[in-house]
Design a protein around this ligand. Structure first.
Ligand SMILES: *Cc1c(COP(=O)(O)O)cnc(C)c1O
Length: 236
């Protein structure tokens, strides 16, 4: 019998494909990051058995244990807030970091990457809604600092990431996604670096995000089910 995870994954992939088709985009232009936080390695195995290989985690310690139990060919994305004292361990386990949120953290990550001989792929998180409770660069700050960020030797800056304010429905997130894309276009124009990737969209709004240009959608609940506890006191 097909597991719930495999069935959910199939359904989400169909919805990703339909959103791509509405936006006249190639389905391969969107990476589905299956957010497995709070779920055990067995749940990830169900997704792997269904052919999925890209996963997101937001809590380092939990992720480390899980990653060690799973096949080595999987691609792990760190989507949570990054604490300085965990940068080294995050770089050792994860291929992509989604939430670099200050020049200071970026410089430090660059330094550690050099020590480790790595060239990590990262997103810069932007606080599009200006919420005090959320991490991320303010748009003004990233405009002022983008040249310094792009000058870091080791970080491969893929583009921008955001977690927009919670709204009543998927449609209400659309203007935040448009804001992130417009900011990216502006930074790309000014810097001459394409910043081609946009990490935006979660279970409730990933289709809208794809219509507005998301290249990485981070989907947890819709694949693995409702989480029994919250992670880092941030997102449920
Ligand atoms: C948990 C989490 C997600 C997934 O959220 P769902 O609503 O379960 O899809 C996406 N992005 C980040 C940063 C998260 O912490």
């Amino acid at each position: 019998m097909m597991s719930d995870v495999a069935a959910n994954l199939g359904e989400i992939k169909d919805r990703v494909a339909a959103a791509c088709s509405r936006a006249a985009r190639d389905v391969d232009s969107v990476e589905l990051v299956a957010v497995s936080k709070t779920f055990p390695a067995d749940a990830v195995r169900d997704a792997v058995a269904a052919g999925h290989a890209c996963f997101g985690e937001s809590k380092l310690q939990e992720a480390e244990g899980k990653i060690d139990l799973l096949p080595g060919h999987l691609h792990w994305h760190f989507i949570g807030g990054v604490q300085r004292n965990k940068v080294r361990r995050i770089l050792q386990k994860f291929e992509v970091i989604h939430a670099i949120d200050s020049l200071r953290l970026a410089s430090y990550t660059d330094e550690i990457a050099k020590e480790l001989g790595l060239f990590p792929k990262v997103f810069l998180q932007v606080n599009v809604g200006g919420e005090a409770s959320k991490g991320g660069f303010e748009p003004e700050t990233i405009r002022a600092e983008i040249d310094a960020l792009l000058a870091l030797e080791r970080l491969e800056i893929l583009g921008l990431m955001t977690i927009p304010p919670v709204g009543p429905d998927a449609e209400s997130a659309r203007h935040w996604f448009v804001d992130l894309r417009n900011l990216r276009d502006e930074l790309a124009r000014e810097s001459g670096v394409p910043l081609s990737f946009l990490s935006m969209g979660m279970s409730g709004d990933f289709e809208v995000a794809i219509e507005e240009g998301a290249t990485h959608v981070r989907v947890g609940t819709a694949i693995f089910g409702k989480r029994a506890y919250r992670v880092d006191g941030e997102l449920g």
